[in-house]
Design a protein around this ligand. Structure first.
Ligand SMILES: [Zn+2]
Length: 408
């Protein structure tokens, strides 16, 4: 993509009304735009990042049998009354049409997915299975403040699994843990992300959060120094010992919750009467698990972990482009390189604009594309193009014909 055609621009100054680094940088660089507190538009660069994150999640969830669906954000009040959450959930957005019909803007989708599944299953042979979606969720957040980390409207991957018994749910739940680690590893957050014991509510002893350590974190976790699992604040106040290994040596850290997994058991299948006949002909209630990841939140977390004083530093797997090609008065030669890289499937943002070299470099650092390639009179005289990683200080000149191999 040519930068001269990109309708968004890098702004000179960081937005004054944002306190979090992730929102400041993402807005300044034109990845997102704030519509109002807790509500953001995704702009071309930001959407490319979210799409990459989404594809990583999709590949990993498909690999454990997830079937992708898309459920509505607008949901009937009756379903929410059935589960008791119409009145018990304080942050539920309720809307009413002109005929007086009341609906919820979904903060989660148990109230839709359970009756949906019920329409299609009638035998124990239909189980187990899992369905998931990427959908915008709504939460009445009165003090939205952490940029895209805590929104009123936010994009989630929510996966729901359905099982005949607890043993089968347990097996899938364990599998989902590995899947979550793979997802966060591919997003560049392996070393910073800890599986964290959290309260399981009334139905199981624990649920698990995936917490990424960063000073910007709103949560506090206690990392077991023996087994690398963590416990959240709530669990820490109930126990002195690591539930996994019994260790007692913990390190306290600030962290952002990037995902969570939960055994729902029959909490939602019961109110809707989701049950089938088992092999013995008896009525058997279905048990469920749910598994969430916030996509915008994950993007914001990556920015919190990967930035320096000059701007963002995207891990390659989630970067909006692989290469930032910068022409300094050499648009003809740069165009040839752009065409060659594009032909080879390498995604390039091509800065073909007629502005100063200093401005181009400063903007490139803010945007944070992992590889910068500069074509200038100087680089051509030295035998090719100048290549530099955003995460490194030193650049080097390489031959144009070696560029594709280097970037692959
Ligand atoms: Zn431990």
């Amino acid at each position: 993509m040519k930068q001269s055609k990109l309708f968004t621009k890098v702004q000179k100054n960081i937005p004054k009304d944002e306190v979090s680094i992730n929102a400041q940088l993402l807005i300044q660089a034109g990845f997102i735009d704030k519509e109002m507190a807790g509500v953001y538009s995704l702009l071309p660069l930001g959407l490319r990042v979210v799409n990459r994150i989404e594809n990583i999640i999709r590949e990993e969830v498909n690999a454990i049998g997830g079937q992708e669906i898309f459920m509505p954000a607008l949901q009937p009040k009756e379903n929410w009354e059935k589960t008791g959450r119409w009145n018990s959930m304080d942050d539920l957005y309720k809307v009413e049409d002109s005929s007086g019909k009341k609906m919820a803007l979904g903060p989660t989708h148990e109230e839709v997915v359970v009756p949906l599944v019920q329409k299609f299953v009638n035998s124990y042979k239909d189980f187990p299975f899992a369905a998931y979606q990427f959908q915008n969720k709504f939460r009445m957040e009165l003090r939205a403040k952490s940029g895209i980390l805590r929104g009123r409207e936010f994009m989630m991957k929510d996966l729901y699994s359905f099982h005949l018994d607890e043993k089968d749910l347990d097996e899938y739940y364990e599998k989902s843990k590995d899947t979550y680690f793979k997802i966060f590893e591919r997003c560049g957050l392996k070393d910073q992300t800890y599986m964290t014991f959290a309260s399981g509510g009334s139905f199981s002893k624990y649920s698990h959060e995936f917490q990424t350590v960063t000073p910007a974190g709103e949560d506090t976790i206690h990392i077991c120094q023996k087994c690398r699992l963590a416990i959240n604040k709530e669990i820490k106040s109930e126990t002195e010992k690591c539930p996994e290994c019994g260790g007692t040596d913990f390190k306290e850290e600030k962290a952002i919750e990037v995902g969570n997994i939960f055994k729902l058991m029959n909490k939602y299948s019961k109110p809707f009467g989701l049950a089938v006949q088992n092999e013995k002909g008896e009525n058997q209630e279905i048990v469920m698990g749910c598994y969430g990841i916030g996509l915008g939140r994950l993007m914001g977390t990556i920015v919190e972990v990967y930035h320096d004083e000059k701007g963002m530093i995207w891990p390659e797997a989630v970067a909006p482009f692989k290469v930032h090609l910068i022409s300094l008065g050499q648009n003809e030669k740069a165009q040839e390189i752009y065409d060659a890289l594009s032909k080879d499937g390498i995604e390039v943002l091509f800065d073909d604009r007629d502005i100063s070299a200093g401005a181009k470099f400063a903007e490139s650092d803010i945007i944070g594309i992992p590889n910068r390639v500069v074509v200038s009179e100087k680089s051509l005289a030295a035998g090719g193009v100048e290549i530099k990683k955003r995460s490194e200080k030193e650049s080097e000149v390489i031959k144009i014909q070696d560029l594709i191999d280097r970037l692959k």
